[in-house]
Design a binder for this molecule. Structure first.
Ligand SMILES: Nc1ncnc2c1ncn2[C@@H]1O[C@H](COP(=O)(O)OP(=O)(O)OP(=O)(O)O)[C@@H](O)[C@H]1O
Length: 315
């Protein structure tokens, strides 16, 4: 969990994680914890574990709790309580909202969330872990126009977080990557993408160098996320594989190297990526400015014949 809040006056105010769940857009809801059934572990991050639970009246959901080794840490306990408070107030079709937060006697804060089918990282496994058949399926299921639609949905989610979620704060996700995008409903391209878990190859240069992070830093991360889905491989993989962190620092952070733009991508898309990963944050667009070029690029694709990245015979 890596989100943070900035006051709309733009001064950093990470202490302000304020929550009053009675003001949740969905109103207060009560769970019957006496009937709760804990199932398998669905995943774990640096701080938290996520478990499958059956919790009336919510049904089959996910419960996020601190990892056992983190439970004595007051800062970690306060972080998960703040995350829970925040996500229970969010309301956007492409942001995974909290259903409720519960103070459990043994686990501390339990954040109850809708259960995702998988993350985009799990769906788009690294090229080294894929068979040719997996590659073929990904190319068939994720033509460029579908990736653009997902880009539009996530840009809308980020615009909501930055500008509309809380009246007095900009919410920054700060860790935008395929591991933090869930697919709700189905594992494949029909799943509904949603942002979760509000890290560091995707860091904008100013973040890597410890300079202030703002909404336009997220435009940089967004462009790299979109590039990952389009190219179906993580950005800078070869560079980091050959030269590690030092090569990343020299080439990307200081040298301004950016991922390759493929000639078959619409010019609107190439221009948008190029603008989003400009080294100077003030030259990058805000999320709300991405909708028009994404729609234009998608229109070009819809008008075009079957996507060139699909295998022969697949539309
Ligand atoms: N709602 C959910 N439904 C099913 N699985 C989930 C859900 N939320 C998270 N997971 C799984 O649990 C993993 C860990 O969750 P999450 O990333 O929120 O933990 P974290 O400790 O905050 O992460 P980080 O190390 O990035 O800070 C995810 O990568 C995902 O596989």
């Amino acid at each position: 969990m890596c989100c943070c809040l900035f006051s709309t006056g733009d001064a950093a105010d990470s202490s302000a994680l304020l929550v009053d769940r009675s003001r949740s857009p969905r109103g207060p809801r009560v769970a019957d914890w006496t009937q709760c059934e804990w199932g398998e572990q669905l995943g774990a991050g640096a701080f938290a574990q996520v478990w499958a639970v059956r919790l009336p009246p919510f049904g089959d959901v996910a419960a996020k709790v601190l990892r056992e080794d983190q439970r004595g840490d007051r800062a970690a306990a306060s972080d998960i309580a703040r995350e829970a408070s925040l996500v229970c107030r969010l309301c956007h079709p492409h942001v995974l909202h909290g259903l409720l937060a519960h103070d459990h006697p043994a686990h501390g804060t339990v954040l109850v969330l809708p259960r995702i089918a998988c993350t985009l990282a799990q769906h788009f496994r690294p090229p080294t872990q894929r068979t040719p058949c997996d590659d073929w399926r990904l190319a068939r299921d994720w033509p460029l126009r579908r990736v653009l639609l997902v880009g539009l949905q996530l840009a809308s989610a980020l615009d909501y977080l930055h500008e509309h979620a809380l009246a007095e704060h900009h919410v920054l996700h700060r860790d935008l990557k395929p591991d933090n995008v869930g697919l709700l409903g189905e594992r494949g391209p029909r799943g509904v993408p949603c942002l979760l878990d509000f890290g560091c190859a995707r860091m904008a240069p100013e973040v890597y160098e410890g300079r202030p992070y703002g909404r336009r830093s997220e435009s940089h991360s967004f462009a790299l996320l979109l590039w990952h889905l389009l190219a179906r491989e993580p950005p800078f993989e070869a560079l980091i594989g050959l030269g590690g962190k030092r090569a990343f620092e020299e080439e990307v952070v200081q040298g301004g190297v950016r991922p390759r733009l493929f000639p078959e991508w619409p010019v609107e898309l190439a221009a948008l990526l190029d603008e989003c990963w400009q080294p100077a944050p003030h030259r990058r667009p805000r999320m709300a400015q991405l909708a028009t070029p994404l729609v234009s690029a998608a229109e070009v694709q819809v008008m075009a014949r079957p996507p060139s990245d699909a295998p022969p015979g697949v539309s």
